[in-house]
Design a protein around this ligand. Sequence first.
Ligand code: FES
Length: 124
Amino acid sequence: MAFYSEKVMEHFQNPRNVGEIKDADGIGTVGNPVCGDLMTFYIKVKDNKLEDVKFKTFGCGAAIAVSSMVSEMAKGKTIEEALKITNASVAQELGGLPPNKMHCSNLGADALHKAIEDYLNKKK
Ligand code: FES
């Protein structure tokens, strides 16, 4: 386990914002066909800001740590700011991920962006 940073371990053991938002304004799910892991993000938007962000992740420890970090990074941000959260910035915030776990960070940012897209589409 030594190849995970302390931050990854900490978020894996105490993930923030786990759950579901019943009346979410946007929902985004992505899966990785190779490992079979699945991540869903729920967002609540008010005055163009992500007032609440929650997630459900069925996946590896890194995927859970990534979701937790993405939710923290996105909460309180404007739509535009949240769209700038990238896979790389998430991995960086976590103090890095082992190379074979980088795809887990892709799921996080992608699922968040999908939830935002869903919100924007519904608004049209
Ligand atoms: S092993 Fe696939 S998301 Fe982590």
